[in-house]
Each structure stands twice: as C-alpha cells, then as structure tokens.
Design a protein around this ligand. Structure first.
Ligand SMILES: [Ca+2]
Ligand SMILES: [Ca+2]
Ligand SMILES: [Ca+2]
Length: 188
C-alpha cells in the first residue's frame, strides 16, 4: 500500500511537471511568434511609409510644374510684376525660384533655352527691397550666396530691387525694376 502511494505521488509529480513544462514552452513559443509578427508589422509600416513618400513625390510635381532634378518649377507664360508673380507662385503652393547652385542654375538655363527661346526675362526670388545691396531669397529670407550676375550687375539703376534671369547672349542675372511685368519662375 505504501509503495502504491509512493508510485502515485511520483506519477503525480511527473504529470504536473509535464503540464507546467509544456505550458512554459507554449508561452515562450507564443512570445516568439508575437515578436516575429511585431517585426513584420514594423517592416510593413516602413514599407507603407516609403510608398506614401513616393506617392507624395509623384503628385507634388504635376503640370503646369515640371521636375528638373530634385526640384519642381513652373515657367509662366504670363507676365506679372515681381510681387504679383510671387503672389501667383504662393497661390500655387510655391514661391519665386530660389537658385542656390550652378547645378540648379544650369538646369533652369538649359530648360529655358530649349523651351522658351523667344522669352528673355524671368523673375526669380532674389530681392534687395529691405536693404539696398543685401540680396535675399523671398522663399526664406536667406542671403543670396551662389549668384550668376551679368557684367556690372547688380547696378541698382533707378533703384532696381528685384532679380531676374536676363536671357540675351547667355542667361545671366540682372537687378530690375520690380513693377515691370515679366515672365517668372516658381519653385516648390
Ligand atoms: Ca531652388
Ligand atoms: Ca537694389
Ligand atoms: Ca540692373
């Protein structure tokens, strides 16, 4: 009888240990599965964000804007004063173009030469309205560092405070009278 009791006790221990042992294995396995699913969800979320960025990029630059390199421009056939041109650009969620490198300048020059050979003047975003001789971009009020002024420009003749690309023999920058109506280039 004593032996039967010992045997039963041993059996009980084996069964209980088995149940609890299996339980901890299942818990660990569930934890691993959840961890894997979490990683997959995180990857999926990153993928979706990437797709969203690509969609934003594609829809950001639609006609009448054109993509040149990493920026998006509108070359306007309309003629407006510099301030009206900037207001128009703003109404199109953009600003008069900020040209910050020869690489960007060259892309714009080539585009203008190829597509608008008969258009000679284009307002862009530089101006020295606030302080004579201190040229800033209207987009962000940052100082103009890269520049492509023509010979003896800017000359502030009759108080010229607005920047244009003057496309004669070769396209260069000139300061001109802000109230004059010119074509213009918006950027976003
Ligand atoms: Ca720019
Ligand atoms: Ca000036
Ligand atoms: Ca000038």
């Amino acid at each position: 009888m004593a032996m039967t009791r010992s045997f039963c006790f041993a059996l009980f221990v084996v069964v209980v240990c088995g149940i609890f042992g299996q339980g901890s294995t299942s818990t660990a396995s569930l934890g691993n599965t959840l961890e894997t699913m979490k990683r997959k969800l995180e990857n999926l979320e990153r993928g979706l964000q990437q797709v969203q960025r690509s969609i934003n990029q594609l829809t950001r630059c639609q006609a009448p804007f054109v993509q040149l390199g990493s920026s998006c421009y509108l070359f306007s056939y309309m003629k407006k004063s510099w301030s009206d041109a900037q207001a128009y650009c703003r109404s199109m969620s953009s600003h008069l173009a900020t040209i910050t490198s020869w690489s960007e300048d060259k892309k714009i020059i080539i585009y203008v030469q190829n597509n608008f050979p008969d258009y000679f003047t284009w307002w862009i975003g530089g101006n020295d309205m606030a302080s004579e001789g201190n040229w800033v971009w209207v987009e962000n009020n940052r100082r103009v560092s890269y520049s492509n002024w023509g010979p003896r420009e800017p000359n502030n003749e009759d108080n010229e405070d607005c920047m244009e690309i003057f496309h004669d023999k070769k396209p260069e920058w000139n300061d001109h009278l802000c109230h004059l109506a010119h074509q213009f280039i918006c950027e976003k």
